[in-house]
Design a protein around this ligand. Structure first.
Ligand SMILES: [Mg+2]
Length: 268
């Protein structure tokens, strides 16, 4: 594998470029590689499983941390879920649970975000302010026939909310309650779903064989990248901050593993 032949580098965000979106401290090795890639003329993109922030908010957090990238090259699980719905029912009426970010991505896609029935799709992202009423309404709409979409698939994740440093239950756990109540199975839209990686690369005008994905998580970044046919680079980060995803029988073995991203500068 020759990294110099690759054209597009797709980066994960949390525990890869920055600690996480609640603590947007950059990793120095990531900044060095990022700047070296720009200097050498490679194309960059972001694909994050974060659904509680919109693409615009993720872009702002990255910019504050020193990673400059045009907004149209930032892809979130929320935006991928919105594309998934739009491709099936353009302008669909959607009930969206999230911290505002997913709602922003759905509206940006031309979808109708509403809490008035009838509801065509229920989409659930991580939401630390979710009420019982919202959970109950989502369950009712799924019972009445709305497909259930899980925006990304974390069981739990570390973060900071209202000043509290903690581990929070993720969207997959919230959706599990709705599945249990309704007997309806969710569609998880986020890494490692290979379709969203292929779609990201295609939208940017490339082939997966020309694209690299860099991330900290074997079960999301690497499993998804391998299944999509991309070159996969795993960076070893704090194991406590690696979020658990379901990757089924996808291959989680990276093409390359590095302890520090600046080790790659001599390869590009
Ligand atoms: Mg990550």
């Amino acid at each position: 594998m020759n990294l110099r032949e690759k054209k597009l580098w797709v980066f994960d965000v949390d525990n890869c470029l920055i600690r996480d979106v609640d603590h947007p401290t950059p990793f120095d090795d990531a900044l060095k590689l990022w700047n070296a890639l720009i200097e050498k003329g490679y194309e960059l993109a972001i694909l994050t499983n974060v659904g509680r922030l919109s693409a615009r908010q993720v872009n702002q957090a990255l910019s504050d941390a020193g990673f400059e990238i045009p907004l149209e090259r930032v892809f979130t699980a929320g935006a991928a879920a919105a594309a998934y719905v739009h491709n099936r029912v353009p302008g669909a009426r959607c009930f969206v649970i999230g911290e505002g970010g997913a709602q922003e991505d759905f509206i940006a896609r031309g979808l109708d975000v509403t809490n008035n029935p009838p509801i065509d799709f229920v989409a659930v992202g991580a939401d630390r302010g979710m009420t019982f009423q919202e959970l109950n309404f989502a369950t009712k709409m799924v019972t009445e026939g709305a497909p259930l979409i899980c925006i990304s698939g974390s069981r739990d994740y570390p973060g900071i909310y209202l000043g509290s440093e903690d581990t929070f239950i993720g969207e997959r756990s919230i959706v599990a309650a709705i599945e249990h109540a309704t007997g309806v199975e969710t569609v998880v839209v986020g890494k490692p779903l290979p379709e969203i990686l292929v779609e990201t690369v295609k939208v940017l005008g490339h082939n997966v064989s020309d694209a690299v994905i860099v991330g900290d998580n074997p079960k999301s970044d690497i499993a998804g990248g391998n299944a999509a046919g991309m070159t996969t680079i795993l960076v070893r980060r704090n194991p406590d901050n690696i979020i658990d995803f379901e990757s089924g029988d996808l291959d989680t073995t990276p093409t390359v593993t590095v302890g520090s991203l600046d080790e790659l500068i001599s390869e590009i």
